[in-house]
Design a protein around this ligand. Structure first.
Ligand SMILES: NC(=O)C1=CN([C@@H]2O[C@H](COP(=O)(O)OP(=O)(O)OC[C@H]3O[C@@H](n4cnc5c(N)ncnc54)[C@H](O)[C@@H]3O)[C@@H](O)[C@H]2O)C=CC1
Ligand SMILES: Nc1nc(O)c(N)c(N[C@@H]2O[C@H](COP(=O)(O)O)[C@@H](O)[C@H]2O)n1
Length: 320
């Protein structure tokens, strides 16, 4: 068992610490993650146990803590408006309106190391991300991200008390990710998220592992859906095919959040598939071990606009 100490600072920042010794005493701590939260009282501490096999940190489902958002800065909707889908732009028959959006460090890293969920955005820009989610039909990530982050992928931004259901879409050609026991499943069970769609290669069931078939069955039984796309010779899926499939399924706008492989591919070979790019930049250097966003060749943005907030800056643009 790993032992966890969870505490809050006076700024409403929830910090998760791990005790290296795992026998109590909390002699040495390592900050694992920080979340902006206003849900918790200022001074408290709880011990939390989790098994070593559970790769990500977590809370039991009955005490799942989601960070509460802060009020959206008043100028954000105006700033983002030119880069958001509109009712007329979202009905391109071949593909949805596509927004590429992620948070990066000053040295262009999106995680501190491969497979590590890393908080870069301030609560203010996290709130902006949920506002963005409220403007899209779907949110797409790769298998690397879902395995590393165990994300929620829901929309916690509400407008006039109305919540928005965004469809989580995971590009996972070999069905490596297990919905069972995930944070996403917990949110769906609580009525706070939609069951995910998984984009896979079109293969016969004899080509899938036993474990993959089980995961497929479980998700189908629990409201999820599998979208099959014919792969190229090298086994990868063409982005135009992926987006086309989403359009056929009624997704009129999608925000693609990452991870690095997906972002780098889309930046380098956008084939006019990306409508807007919205990048949050946090004032941190994550270092050379970090997961890097750097496309294989030069990419310039046009129609660029910048916004700066309490801690982060946001750059929006289109790909030239
Ligand atoms: N700071 C941020 O905003 C974000 C950070 N991240 C971080 O990024 C890291 C994960 O990045 P990566 O390892 O690069 O994983 P990834 O999320 O880009 O997934 C890569 C996987 O997606 C599938 N895939 C991608 N393109 C494909 C294609 N064209 N055809 C078929 N399959 C395809 C493959 O299974 C591939 O192995 C994590 O550490 C995560 O925390 C992820 C999203 C946002
Ligand atoms: N906007 C933003 N800021 C960060 O600092 C991040 N690490 C990410 N990561 C992305 O958000 C997903 C997690 O979403 P939930 O809060 O769990 O719904 C994660 O999977 C990345 O795609 N984004």
């Amino acid at each position: 068992m790993d032992l966890w100490l969870v505490g809050t600072s006076s700024h409403g920042i929830l910090t998760i610490w791990r005790d290296f010794d795992s026998v109590g005493g909390f002699r040495e701590f390592e900050i694992l993650d920080q979340f902006n939260t206003v849900l918790l009282e200022e001074s408290f501490s709880i011990l939390y146990h989790t098994t070593k096999t559970q790769k990500t940190w977590g809370f039991r489902s009955d005490s799942l803590i989601m960070s509460k958002l802060m009020p959206l800065p008043e100028d954000i909707p105006f700033f983002l408006a030119p880069f958001l889908p509109t009712s007329s732009s979202s009905l391109t028959p071949k593909r949805p309106f596509t927004t590429l959006t992620y948070a990066q460090s000053l040295d262009s890293r999106i995680a501190a190391s491969p497979g590590q969920r890393t908080s870069i955005s301030h609560l203010e820009t996290k709130t902006m991300t949920h506002y963005l989610r409220s403007k899209h039909d779907g949110i797409l990530i790769g298998s690397g991200t879902v395995l590393a982050d165990d994300p929620g992928l829901n929309c916690r931004y509400t407008e006039n008390g109305e919540s928005h259901g965004i469809r989580p879409i995971i590009l996972d050609p070999s069905i490596k990710w297990d919905y069972k026991g995930s944070k996403l499943e917990q949110l769906v069970q609580k009525g706070e998220g939609l069951p995910p769609w998984i984009i896979t290669r079109e293969v016969g069931s004899d080509e899938l592992s036993e474990a993959a078939l089980e995961r497929q069955e479980y998700l189908k039984k629990h409201g999820g859906k599998f979208l099959h796309v014919i792969s190229q010779k090298d086994g990868t899926l063409k982005w135009s095919d992926v987006l086309n499939k989403l359009s056929e399924e009624g997704i009129r706008s999608v925000m693609i959040e990452g991870g690095a492989k997906i972002i780098n591919d889309l930046l380098a070979n956008s084939e006019e598939l990306v409508d807007s790019v919205i990048i949050t930049i946090g004032p941190v250097f994550l270092g050379s071990q970090g997961v890097q966003v750097s496309p294989s060749s030069e990419v310039r943005m046009k129609d660029v606009a910048w916004w700066s907030g309490i801690q982060d800056s946001v750059v929006c643009g289109r790909l030239s």
